[in-house]
Every structure is written in C-alpha cells, then in structure tokens.
Design a protein around this ligand. Structure first.
Ligand code: ADP
Ligand code: MG
Ligand code: ZN
Length: 487
C-alpha cells in the first residue's frame, strides 16, 4: 500500500427536542410538514427578536458528550458564524466556536484488525439552517425555501483525523448513530436527514507521520453516499499524487448521479465567517451537579451491551452487535431469553437476526410495529427445540405469527403442523414414495446417488413438510441401502 488515508469526520446530529433551539416553535418532520408552518419571528430572523436557549438541547448535548467520554465545559459560549445564503434568514448561524460544550472524548470502534480508539475533538451546539429545494423547469430555474428546519438544535461532533479506511469510518459512524439512538437524543432516521456527515480526507505516503492536504466533502446524507464519496476521493487524490501533482485544499460536494465528488469552492478559512460572540446570549454555564445527574442516568451503551450479550448468552459478535444496536430489539431479546423454557438463548439471537430481520426487510416493516411478544417468540423456539415442529415449519409459523399476531401453538394446532416423528408412519411413507417412482429408483440403483436428495424432497412433500427431517433421512437411507443390497 503506497498511501495511507487520513480521515476526520464532522457529524451533525439533530437533537430530538420538542421545540427549536432558541424559540418555542415545534420541531416538525421536514419531510412531511407543509413548508414554513413552524416558523416565528425569532427563527425567521426578524430584526429585534431575541433568542432564548432551550435547556433540553443543552441536556442532550451533555448526554452525548458524556457518552463519548468528553470533558463537559462549565462555561461555553455561543458565537455568530456569518455567511450569506437563502437558507439562513438571520445572515448568521448561532454556533459554539472557540468555547464548545464538550471536548476531548473518544469512541472505541471494532475493526477487522481489532479495537481502535477514535478521539473526539469536540462536540458543540448550534442551530440548523432551513432547507432549499432547487427546481428546474423549462425556461426557469428557482429555489424554494422552507424554514421549518431553521433553528432546530444540532450537535456537531468533530473527530480527530484518526480514521484510516472506509471501514473505520463506517464503524465510527454507525457506532455514533447507535449511541445517539440509545440516548434517545436522535431518531437515527437517515432518510429524514437527522444525521449528516462532512468528511475531511487526505492521504500521505505509508509510514509518514505528516498530514497531507485535506479536502472536505460536504453534505453527505447517508452511510452509502459517505462511503462512496470517501472511496472516490481517496482514489482521486492518489491519482493526483501519482502524476506528481498536488491536492488542493478545497470543499467538494458529492454528485449522486455521477458517483463522483466535484469542486464546490476553495477552502474557506475560519476568518471568512467573521466569528464573534453572540451578544444576545449570555455564556452558557452548566453546574457540575447537573452534569453528574445526567452522567448517573446514562443507559448501557450499545458496544458494552453487545459485549455483555455475547458473554452472557453465547451470541456471535455479529449477532450481538445487531441486537444491541437498537434498545427495543435488545430488550425484546433479553425478555425472550428469560421466557425460554427449553431452547437455548443463542437460538433467540439466531432467529431474531436471521428469520425475523429477513421478514422485516422483505415486508418493509419496522421492528417497533410488530405485535409478536417475547413470550410468543420464546414459545415458538421451545416448540422447535422440543421437536414438536421442524425447522421449516417453524419458519412458516413465525411468518404467520407476524402476519396475524397469533401464538405459535394456536397456528400449529389449527393448521395441523405438528412434526411427524412416528418412524413406522415415516417408513411407510418412504416406501410409498420409492415405489411410485420406478424410473428414479432405476437410475438410483444404476449409480445416480444424488437422487437420494430428490427422494428426500418427495417424501418430505408427501408428509406436508411436517416430517422430522432426521428420522426421515435415516429411514430413507435405510431403505435405499436395502434396495441396493437386494439388487
Ligand atoms: P474546519 O473544518 O472548521 O476547518 P478543523 O480544522 O478543526 O475544522 O478540522 C475539521 C475536521 O478535519 C476534523 O474532523 C479533523 O479531524 C479533520 N482533519 C484535520 N486535518 C486533517 C487532515 N490532514 N486530513 C484529514 N482530516 C483532517
Ligand atoms: Mg468543517
Ligand atoms: Zn421559531
């Protein structure tokens, strides 16, 4: 490997407060609400209005800061970041600049090469801007401004440039999203734009300690866009260096259609924004008692939870990570594991991350809407474990449970799905199937051994899928062997 990637991430997370950062307007879903319906003189930037800080936004910021192991600053200060753009009615964004709320944290990520620490430089509070929609019609281009999002509280979380691959970035970003969700400060709904990324990317000769010139890619709204943009940018920069050219420090955008980054502007410097302290807001002072109360209330965070599930229930790293990434799923898992009478908890992990997740994906259902309870799920796995139903029947019963909110025992009883384990009955069934397929029988005896699988399928079908597969297999092998010997 010739070059080493160096990547730092700026993550903008909307804080899921009821009202905006500096006014009493409701925070609404901007993908659904009619434009400009949650706007007042404060967030519309009318002259003479005054901002009033939302206490809940500060609490959420502290929560995230603590979860990331940051030091929470007793005093932080809001500043005005001046720029002119139609999504910003005041002409400046209120943001913490020199004195952020939280500094010097870290997040541990798991990579294929083991655990790594990604340092967090800072997490600061700021307000979101409005949303512009650019419309291109024949003969006229125009932009629509929706200020519903203007003034929504944001936490910007800035990492040190400690990531060195797309894989690192994915682990960091998904880990951060899981923490935000666990804390209940952000829904994690990427398609609603509640988390947005900016990636700072440079490369340097492998083994070098110096930093190369960095490029910042703005407005990455999904994990996929971010990963592709970074991969593209790493190649672009490597090609420049290979040609003996230099990387320019600049801001680039991601063109989804072209799957390429493009130049937006040469890098702006901090002084371009004419930062100065916000005169309408006093310094933010957070008392230590409040910080400690928030610290004491922090939930178990996803990564530690995953490790515990792995340890206590014998789940694989992959299963435990998937289950721990969502509080609701983890709670469902643990309740289910508690409710089991016969099956092993590991089976719950396998069935949740396998059959259940597959069904949710296929039907586009969210986990929170399913009505199957942990007790119902446990009953199904117990019935399977006891051999009352076989694996395939269990799969179809689960789907019926999810569709009709019925318990497994009811479905099995009504649809007559109890597993057939009676060897005399199965033996007769196998004999029938072989006898009614003389051609296949001949081929088998002539040496086409793979037909035994085919016979198995036929017999299982004749049993309505309900036969105990190991008894059936044993019986079939026995009878085929006997035929061969009697040839
Ligand atoms: P700004 O974007 O306001 O200039 P900073 O200079 O603090 O902010 O850096 C922002 C981000 O850029 C941070 O996440 C940091 O880790 C990252 N970064 C800084 N230098 C480099 C570099 N040489 N290569 C990649 N990322 C970098
Ligand atoms: Mg930046
Ligand atoms: Zn408002």
């Amino acid at each position: 490997m010739k070059y080493e990637p160096v990547i730092g991430l700026e993550v903008h997370a909307e804080l899921a407060t009821a009202t905006k950062m500096f006014c009493a307007c409701r925070v609404v879903d901007t993908t659904v609400a009619a434009p400009n319906t949650s706007v007042c003189p404060v967030c519309a930037g009318m002259p003479g209005t005054l901002p009033v800080l939302n206490r809940r936004a500060v609490e959420y910021g502290i929560k995230v800061g603590l979860a990331l192991g940051c030091e929470i600053r007793r005093t932080s200060i809001f500043a005005r970041k001046n720029y002119f753009y139609p999504d910003l009615p005041k002409g400046y964004q209120i943001s913490q600049y020199e004195h952020p709320l939280a500094v010097n944290g870290k997040m541990i990520i798991d990579t294929s090469e083991g655990e790594r620490v990604i340092r967090i430089r800072r997490a600061h509070l700021e307000e979101d801007a409005g949303k512009l929609t650019h419309v291109t019609e024949k003969g006229k281009d125009y932009s629509l401004v929706d200020l519903n999002r203007a003034g929504v509280p944001l936490l910007e979380i800035v990492s040190e440039p400690d990531m060195h691959s797309v894989e690192d970035v994915r682990a960091y970003a998904t880990g951060l999203r899981a923490i935000l969700r666990e804390l209940g400060v952000n829904s994690g709904d990427m398609e609603k734009g509640v988390i947005r990324f900016e990636a700072n990317i440079s490369i340097r000769p492998a083994g070098s300690e110096d930093f190369g010139t960095r490029v910042e890619i703005k407005n990455l709204n999904s994990f996929r866009a971010m990963e592709r943009a970074i991969a593209y940018e790493l190649e672009r920069q490597a090609a420049l260096l290979d040609k003996g050219e230099q990387v320019q420090q600049e801001t680039r955008g991601w063109d989804e259609g072209a799957q390429a980054t493009y130049l937006q502007r040469s890098k702006e410097e901090a002084h371009d924004y004419r930062y100065f302290p916000e005169p309408d807001l006093p310094p933010l002072i957070v008392e230590n008692d409040w910080v400690e109360a928030i610290r004491a209330s922090l939930p178990e965070l996803p990564r530690l939870k995953a490790q515990r599930l792995q340890r206590d229930y014998g789940l694989t790293p992959n299963e435990s990570a998937m289950i721990a990434s969502e509080r609701e799923i983890a709670e469902f898992f643990e309740a289910c594991a508690q409710a089991l009478k016969f099956a092993q908890p590991r089976a719950v992990g396998v069935w949740i991350t396998g059959e259940l997740f597959a069904w949710l994906n296929q039907t586009g259902t969210t986990f929170s809407t399913i009505k199957v309870t942990p007790e119902m799920f446990a009953e199904l796995l117990d019935l399977l474990h006891q051999g009352r139903i076989n694996q395939n029947t269990a799969k179809s019963v689960l789907i019926k449970m999810l569709q009709n909110d019925e318990p497994a025992s009811v479905i099995i009883e009504r649809d007559g799905l109890i597993q057939l384990s009676d060897s005399a009955f199965i033996s007769e069934l196998v004999a029938d199937v072989i006898a009614s397929h003389p051609k296949e029988k001949e081929s088998y005896l002539a040496g086409k051994e793979t037909l035994s699988n085919w016979f198995f399928g036929q017999a299982m079908r004749a049993a309505g899928g309900k036969a105990n597969p190991s008894i059936l297999k044993e019986e079939l092998e026995k009878q085929l062997l006997r035929l061969k010997e009697n040839q």
